[in-house]
Design a protein around this ligand. Structure first.
Ligand code: GRF
Length: 216
């Protein structure tokens, strides 16, 4: 059994390729004292990503890391950046690149992702953004949601840390469902990170349990 007790204060590296609304939600939770962490660095693969502007406005360090080149080489650049900013935990928040294995291995049990469905449903390569919600609607499922999971070496298959469901209505559109799921993500992700920050996440293979909060 592995017990993930995060004794060091959480120094997050947030990876994002897009607008960064989850990044903003994490910042807000830190500001409001709901998440005991600091953001060591915001990393993107795209120089024009909106998230970089959000980070700079807050005085948070940013890095753009290109994914051109061999996986190992990209991995080394990422590990160097994580080391330079003394990040001890990685949160993927809309990062559209696969994280090189060398990084996943180095951050085993210390790297999470958020996905806009109830995994293992509607995950995997190519399942991101609007496509996820279109597939949910096409399936006729009545429930969707968001998942925070540990990252392993394949897309969206790591053990689940937290999930929250969102009802799907018969007249939903992909955009409407996406907006409701995103709303849920904005509280779910900081809450999941706080579980790590407070050392409450217990990892036993694929089974993750949450210890009681004895500080309450
Ligand atoms: C979110 O829906 C997240 O679940 C997915 O990518 C999206 C990122 O959105 N992995 P944002 O950039 O945080 O607004």
């Amino acid at each position: 059994m592995t017990v993930s007790l995060h004794r060091e204060p959480l120094a997050l590296a947030v990876f994002a390729s897009g607008a960064g609304s989850n990044f903003a939600a994490i910042c807000r939770a830190i500001d409001e004292g709901e998440l005991q962490a600091r953001i060591a660095v915001c990393i993107s693969d795209r120089p024009s990503a909106g998230v970089l502007t959000l980070a700079r406005e807050r005085g948070i360090s940013t890095e753009v890391i290109s994914h051109r080149g061999e996986d190992d080489e990209v991995g080394r650049s990422i590990l160097e950046a994580l080391d330079r900013y003394a990040a001890n935990f990685v949160a993927l928040a809309g990062y559209l690149r696969k994280i090189p294995e060398v990084v996943v291995d180095a951050f085993e049990n210390r790297m999470v992702n958020i996905h806009p469905s109830l995994l293992p449903a509607f995950g995997g390569k190519g399942m991101y953004g609007r496509r996820v919600h279109e597939a949910v609607l096409a399936s006729g499922d009545r429930v969707s949601g968001a998942t925070v999971h540990l990252v392993d070496n394949t897309y969206d298959t790591g053990p689940v840390v937290l999930q929250q469901s969102v009802d799907v209505s018969p007249d939903d559109t992909a955009d409407a469902l996406a907006a409701r799921v995103l709303q849920v993500e904005h509280t779910l992700y900081p809450a999941a990170l706080q579980l790590f920050a407070s050392g409450r996440v217990v990892i036993d293979g694929r089974r993750i349990t949450i210890r009681d909060d004895n500080t309450a």
